[in-house]
Design a binder for this molecule. Structure first.
Ligand code: FAD
Ligand code: MLT
Ligand code: ZN
Length: 571
């Protein structure tokens, strides 16, 4: 057994120089996730557009459009149309038919939008649209001819009011880092991106409450707060590109969920624009407010299907001075589990992240990510765990972590490990874990599953999937162990119906049997709209459809996503 190496345990991850997860060199994913917010000439954070262009052009994933027979019975019943226009994505992962009640864009529409938004915020440029039409994985691709960039809630309201009256379908888009095909058009929906609405409106240092526009990039908010001695309660690998409006709309989880919990708890208020243009002002800044139904919760995690989020108010925790990160190796999954139990008990209030990746994920990161080195190079282990702690008292926290690690090693829960000695080392450890999605995207096509499961069962699914797929695919498991959230990914050279048939519905049935969730944090999007019944009862889905019908009677907001297609048609 490798001797324990505590290099030194002080680090400050949040003031670290941000890593760039660079543009794809060799593969066709829209992989330009920025961890560092670069500035454009207007001083605003520049997002994915420029970088993504190259990636989409070099896209080698098959994005097949098909016109013809519908494969899904339910969809066949949905829209009776004379001109069948249907589309399949990533080898049949989702087959949908265009809703014939939607209009198509004409020159009067363009003239109206130009009048409201100004010429330059009505984007028809093909290159820009190519990027906005394709998702980060290169798995989903729409054919929208129009991207609108409103600068105010009033403009969003005018856009939606108009689209509703004209029956023009709309897809709200943020940083376009979503992983379930929710952020891109399926057909020709108008893309509305509130990225230009990126002002911080207020920050109250006493309460830690931040109010900002929905287009603010998560990392920019975190940097702003860092200077005030606070941090965002949410941290994820896509933070340099994703927008807080997108985070709220997906109810994103991320790396600090184990410490700070869900956005359902941290978001105190929001402003949203409904499909008919009505502005709902729910932008409260109160910790406690029991005045009837808490309607803002409807917009947290509804993936742009009920309204466009334009402003948000969020509770932010103080940034603590002592942050430590350990990169550890474990013999087997059982040890990872036990380590989690022990960490909860022994590290208690200082525990801020508990992440894991398996040997195959580690191998992918080492193979496909430039400049990544194994922190434990003497041998490859079956499982790796990252434990982060945050606290106020440096020596207390350091001692606490070190004592915990030594005890865990003596008890055989840890085989080897290192504690980051500085910011750069911590960043390099995080780069491995956070870089796994990018490594997978570089490796080829990927089937992604984001599951909530009882921790003790979780890795069993990865093992069973490996047996099912044998040599035909690489099956990897990583994720937010501390939250019971497994990312099961099946990596293949190209999307392939035969492999998909081996994975689904098996993966959903397996999850459902254990009363797990088929979406822990990524959402339902297009990918799982027809699978929601694996995690929700028919009555619940029906009520969701009724709420959708009430708020968006014409169904213009993010159609084909979230709700099963048959339920939407019946509602
Ligand atoms: P988009 O991808 O643009 O949109 C996502 C959904 O929200 C779509 O349905 C869209 O219609 C809707 N939407 C966007 N903006 C608005 C708005 N203003 N109003 C209404 N609806 C809107 N997710 C996690 O939960 N945890 C992780 O750890 C995590 N890590 C990731 C790492 C990488 C490398 C990548 C590529 C993705 C990761 N994700 C993770 C997924 C993704 O980053 C999150 O879902 C994120 O919250 C999406 O934000 P976005 O601004 O990119 O939204
Ligand atoms: C992560 O935790 O890395 C993200 O949710 C992205 C992914 O699942 O690939
Ligand atoms: Zn995740």
């Amino acid at each position: 057994m490798e001797k324990w190496r505590i290099i030194s345990s002080r680090l400050l991850r949040h003031s670290s120089p941000r890593m760039m997860i660079g543009t794809s060199q060799n593969h066709g994913f829209g992989g330009s996730i920025q961890r560092s917010g670069s500035k454009d000439k207007f001083g605003k954070a520049e997002r994915y557009f420029e970088h993504g262009k190259q990636n989409v052009e070099t896209c080698s994933h098959p994005l097949r459009d098909s016109v013809g027979n519908l494969q899904i019975f339910l969809a066949r019943n949905l829209y009776k149309t004379c001109r069948i226009h249907c589309r399949s994505f990533a080898s049949g992962a989702a087959r949908v038919q265009r809703n014939p009640s939607f209009s198509t864009i004409n020159s009067n529409d363009i003239a109206f939008f130009k009048e409201v938004l100004g010429e330059k915020n009505v984007i028809q440029d093909e290159d820009r649209l190519l990027t906005a039409n394709a998702d980060w994985m290169g798995k989903y691709k729409g054919s929208s001819k129009l991207l609108l960039q409103p600068r105010s809630t009033e403009e969003v309201s005018q856009i939606l009011k108009y689209c509703n009256s004209r029956h023009l379908a709309v897809v709200p888009q943020g940083g376009n880092t979503g992983l379930v095909g929710g952020s891109v058009p399926v057909f020709d929906e108008v893309i509305v991106n509130v990225g230009s609405m990126n002002n911080i409106m207020s920050f109250d240092k006493v309460s830690g409450i931040l109010v900002c526009e929905a287009g603010c990039i998560l990392e920019n908010l975190d940097s702003f707060l860092g200077n005030q001695g606070f941090l965002m309660p949410l941290d994820l690998g896509a933070k340099g590109s994703c927008q807080i409006g997108g985070n709220i709309s997906t109810n994103a989880g991320g790396l600090h969920f184990v410490r700070y919990g869900s956005l359902h708890g941290n978001v105190l208020g929001l402003e949203a624009v409904l499909a008919n243009g009505t502005v709902l002002d729910m932008l409260g800044t109160l910790r406690k407010d029991n005045t009837g139904y808490d309607l803002k919760q409807l917009f947290i995690g509804s993936e742009g299907s009920l309204g466009i989020v334009t402003k948000i108010s969020i509770l932010t925790p103080p940034k603590l001075s002592s942050v430590n990160l350990a990169f550890l190796a474990c013999k087997d999954y059982f040890c990872c589990q036990k380590l989690l139990m022990e960490a909860r008990r022994k590290l208690g209030e200082v525990l801020s992240a508990f992440e894991f990746l398996d040997n195959q994920s580690m191998d992918l990161a080492l193979t496909h990510l430039e400049g990544v080195r194994n922190p434990l190079p003497t041998s490859m282990y079956d499982f790796y765990v990252l434990i982060e702690t945050m606290g106020t008292d440096e020596s207390y926290n350091k001692e606490k972590l070190e004592a915990f690690l030594l005890r865990s090693m003596e008890g055989g829960l840890i085989l080897d490990g290192v504690v980051a000695q500085d910011i750069n080392q911590a960043s390099s450890f995080w780069r491995i874990r956070e870089g796994v999605p990018e490594a997978l995207a570089r490796a080829g096509a990927v089937y992604k599953y984001d599951l909530s499961l009882p921790v003790e069962d979780m890795y069993g699914l990865v093992e069973e999937m490996r047996l099912r797929l044998d040599q035909s695919a690489k099956v990897v498991g990583y994720g937010h162990l501390g939250d019971g959230n497994l990312h099961l990914n099946v990596s293949v050279p190209d999307y392939d119906d035969a492999i998909l048939a081996q994975i689904e519905p098996f993966v959903y049935e397996w999850t459902s049997k254990r009363r797990g969730s088929i979406s822990a944090e990524h959402g339902i999007g297009l990918m799982k709209a027809n699978k929601i019944h694996y995690s929700k009862s028919p009555e619940t889905v029906q009520l969701m459809a009724s709420i959708k019908k009430l708020l968006d009677p014409n169904g213009i907001l993010n159609p084909y996503k979230v709700l099963p297609h048959y339920v939407v048609s019946q509602a």
